[in-house]
Design a protein around this ligand. Sequence first.
Ligand SMILES: *[C@@H]1O[C@H](CO)[C@@H](O)[C@H](O)[C@H]1NC(C)=O
Ligand SMILES: *[C@@H]1O[C@H](CO)[C@@H](O)[C@H](O)[C@H]1NC(C)=O
Ligand SMILES: *[C@@H]1O[C@H](CO)[C@@H](O)[C@H](O)[C@H]1NC(C)=O
Ligand SMILES: *[C@@H]1O[C@H](CO)[C@@H](O)[C@H](O)[C@H]1NC(C)=O
Ligand SMILES: *[C@@H]1O[C@H](CO)[C@@H](O)[C@H](O)[C@H]1NC(C)=O
Ligand SMILES: *[C@@H]1O[C@H](CO)[C@@H](O)[C@H](O)[C@H]1NC(C)=O
Ligand SMILES: *[C@@H]1O[C@H](CO)[C@@H](O)[C@H](O)[C@H]1NC(C)=O
Ligand SMILES: *[C@@H]1O[C@H](CO)[C@@H](O)[C@H](O)[C@H]1NC(C)=O
Ligand SMILES: *[C@@H]1O[C@H](CO)[C@@H](O)[C@H](O)[C@H]1NC(C)=O
Ligand SMILES: *[C@@H]1O[C@H](CO)[C@@H](O)[C@H](O)[C@H]1NC(C)=O
Ligand SMILES: *[C@@H]1O[C@H](CO)[C@@H](O)[C@H](O)[C@H]1NC(C)=O
Ligand SMILES: *[C@@H]1O[C@H](CO)[C@@H](O)[C@H](O)[C@H]1NC(C)=O
Length: 837
Amino acid sequence: MRFLSLLWQLGLLFTIRCSLLITGRNDCVIKLDPKSGIKTADCGNRNLTSVPLNLPTDINILDLSKNLITYINSMDFKRYIELTEININNNELKLLDAHAFDILMLKKLHLSSNYLNVSDSYSGNVFHSASALIELDISRNMGLDNCSYNQPVDYRLPGDRLKHLQVLAIDLVCLPKFSTSFRMLRSLKTVRFDTCFISHMSNQTFRNFPQNVKELYIKNCKKFFVVEINTLKYFPSLRILDISHTHINLIQALKLLYPFQNKTMDLINFHHVTVDNTEMYPYDVILTPKVMEYISTICIKTLDISDNNICSIRNKSLILFQYPKCFQQLILSANSFGVGHFVADFAKFIYSMTNLTLLDYSYLPLEYRNPHFLQYSQNLTTYKDDSNYNNSYDVYKTPKTFYIPKNLKHVRISHVMARNKIGTVCISNSSLEILDVSYYDVDTFPKITCDGYCNLRYLDISGMDATRTFGKFPILRNLTTLKIAHSKLYKLIPKNVSIFNWTTNLTLLDLSHNYLWYVGNKSFDGLHFMNSLNISHNMFQTVPRVIMSFVKLTELDLSYNLLSSLEDYFTIWINAQYKQFGSFKLYLQGNALLCACDTAHFLAWIFVTKASLDMDRNYTCRMHDGENNFTANIIKDYHTYFASCNSELWMKVGVSLLTAMCFCIVCITLLYNFRWKIVFYFHRKFRKIVEKGLEVNFKYDVYLSYSDDGASFIKKVLQPTIERRWGLRMCCEDRDFGVGESNVDIRASSIQKSRHIIFVITPSFITREWNRFEIERAKYEKFAKDLQKIVVIVYKTSLKNTPTELSAIWNDVCVIEWPEEGGELFTVWQKLRLWLF
Ligand SMILES: *[C@@H]1O[C@H](CO)[C@@H](O)[C@H](O)[C@H]1NC(C)=O
Ligand SMILES: *[C@@H]1O[C@H](CO)[C@@H](O)[C@H](O)[C@H]1NC(C)=O
Ligand SMILES: *[C@@H]1O[C@H](CO)[C@@H](O)[C@H](O)[C@H]1NC(C)=O
Ligand SMILES: *[C@@H]1O[C@H](CO)[C@@H](O)[C@H](O)[C@H]1NC(C)=O
Ligand SMILES: *[C@@H]1O[C@H](CO)[C@@H](O)[C@H](O)[C@H]1NC(C)=O
Ligand SMILES: *[C@@H]1O[C@H](CO)[C@@H](O)[C@H](O)[C@H]1NC(C)=O
Ligand SMILES: *[C@@H]1O[C@H](CO)[C@@H](O)[C@H](O)[C@H]1NC(C)=O
Ligand SMILES: *[C@@H]1O[C@H](CO)[C@@H](O)[C@H](O)[C@H]1NC(C)=O
Ligand SMILES: *[C@@H]1O[C@H](CO)[C@@H](O)[C@H](O)[C@H]1NC(C)=O
Ligand SMILES: *[C@@H]1O[C@H](CO)[C@@H](O)[C@H](O)[C@H]1NC(C)=O
Ligand SMILES: *[C@@H]1O[C@H](CO)[C@@H](O)[C@H](O)[C@H]1NC(C)=O
Ligand SMILES: *[C@@H]1O[C@H](CO)[C@@H](O)[C@H](O)[C@H]1NC(C)=O
């Protein structure tokens, strides 16, 4: 006790940002928040099998989550009369005593992820005295309920007692029966169903719910169930309807909105409600005016219909909404539709959403692997209706220009393939701050203009050929973050013209994955505010000197380049930066660091510099004998490795000068004779490093797409050389496709597993049914990783006979017109080999 009181006094002495910790006998941690005076006992994750009885009696919050408690008896909480919050999530509760929670003050009770059966693990009495309860969570308890017993299951909650209950989370059993006492839950605002076994939701299911519910969540119900059209009519005040990941099909979900016609909703979240799990509704969702009948009359602030396999939109039904001004956030991503046939109307529609702040139109129209979904807030600000803002459609005199609605802050149009018809995007005087158009696969990138002020501060144009986006942007003084990864910048930078002079206020620049090996001094002119630079995954052998002109740089990513060490002047500069700003982050992983006498200085620096380095400063490095070791190991034995460096130095110089001369002569001869081999060797080595870094593992080297009349060419000409002589592995459909596998799946996965793809265009190729699919896949893989090469071999036909889909990506394709014979053949083979290695 004396010890405790001493601690107590100590705690008072340090008045206090951190809270006071006392470790009790059963290791529960008691914390006192000095500001609010709330005392918390943290007993989580301690293998407890019962409620500890030796805690201070004045605790307010008790956390018992992740233990092994099976039963709560009437005495367990009796002594903790000041408890307001109990968390027993993730235990093994099977039974609750009727008086378990006879604590009048209890406000929040969490019993999620246990084994409490709604019908027989507790009686309604258990909550009788918990009349102060505001939040009750008994979700994820019914582990199994497969509708095998055809009995309605009673939900025994004493509505008349739980007068203050606002949030109720519970499981939805197969045949739920909510008693009339639910009507008396007068404060109930939020209902969450997180696990469900229901097979049919009828007009009667929620009959007894109080009318004041504002938020309804029916999430993660993976089993299809039928919903009657008027099921939700008992929730007239509903503002949030979230059924994301509940697989009832988008068409049926849209019917669910029947009772909300002409109303206002804050959020309708139908994210990923369509899967291929029922005969009743087709997996391919087609939007028609009929399907959109109810939703189009609702004033919706946030609408999310992403990831639903919407394949087609008939009669412009996507833009039939009667209240476009209500929209604040619109998420349409990861579907399969295009708006190409009504793009002008779509643009007008977007423009008419004057309150819109977030537009997410990404991962369209192909199916992309692992799309990334945005987190958007459910907290919306209301915008002032700015009546001066001229948003009449008059500005649309030139349909080729797209105007950004005034309040739009965040636009993501990423991973989209489209034929672009919009020539100019005007962002003047809008609120646009974040624009992500990465991997936007269009023929021409529109010109962005800004006549007035522009607020853009974040721009991502990764994944597009930089030559296509270069020069398309106006001067953007407010831009601080620019990402141009995967964009073949190597085509631009060596020209040594200033390529960032339109955005000189950048603080963060990402230039990774660009095959850069050189940066001229001029290229980065004017970037005086740069804080963080990422040039990882390039081919730098030395750190470009221009970096030292970034006087404010404190973070530099050099990982996955070809650096063997850092020069002294550069390490000195880093130290100076650290001294000035108090921090410097440097990433060096994945380089070709050398552990030898000439780099000894650098190795020592790694371990003494105050700058923070990645990998705990332990990098792989190559020794002079060719073995690999780790910098941390080497530095431990620094003296054994490097003691002899200096004394040997002069002798070495002499000897090496002599040998160097002979060597040079030999080398030049060898180099000339083996020039192809050497080129291949380094090319291949480099690719391997890059691929390892990307963690891609290719099963095949080449995927071959060909039609019947190309088969013999493959067998007689390509295969012997590519497979037998060069040792590359080919994937040919006749040989490598297993029997019985779905054609689409195996094609897609084989293309994904191949390093490159070759289209062999023969006279009948154009009529082949798989062309389009394979070309689309190839395009996708290429843009997703930008490693693969697409090679087109035109054999016994003319270039005119290539499918149009291919000509759309002409820039990214290597074309070989196969010669009949003769000297050209040799060049063609060498070309092919260089591309494929
Ligand atoms: C709980 O029990 C498991 C299994 O017996 C054991 O691995 C774990 O370390 C225990 N945890 C604590 C906090 O005692
Ligand atoms: C819940 O209790 C009912 C009635 O006792 C029983 O039929 C059902 O099987 C139980 N469910 C689970 C998941 O244990
Ligand atoms: C329901 O669950 C029981 C117990 O696990 C099992 O025996 C029965 O086959 C299941 N019924 C259905 C229709 O899945
Ligand atoms: C449910 O309500 C809708 C609309 O009121 C009605 O058309 C439908 O027949 C009802 N279903 C049942 C089974 O009563
Ligand atoms: C919605 O409003 C329209 C036009 O004001 C009206 O014709 C329609 O009957 C209303 N629908 C419902 C369900 O109230
Ligand atoms: C939502 O709004 C409330 C009140 O305005 C604020 O306290 C809360 O931090 C907001 N939450 C988020 C995630 O922005
Ligand atoms: C924006 O939305 C609010 C309601 O959320 C509405 O009152 C206002 O008229 C809208 N503003 C515009 C410009 O449409
Ligand atoms: C940058 O943003 C500020 C505040 O939003 C704005 O006032 C200013 O005009 C913008 N600057 C430019 C050059 O557009
Ligand atoms: C940026 O540099 C390029 C090439 O040097 C030049 O053509 C362009 O006019 C410059 N832009 C600005 C805004 O200075
Ligand atoms: C941007 O750069 C200009 C000069 O080019 C400077 O006057 C302005 O203050 C900078 N703005 C910000 C937000 O850094
Ligand atoms: C450095 O990393 C390697 C590989 O992870 C490890 O084997 C070695 O023990 C590490 N060396 C030190 C000193 O941590
Ligand atoms: C790496 O260096 C350590 C320390 O000198 C040494 O013990 C170890 O054998 C070396 N490993 C290899 C693979 O050379």
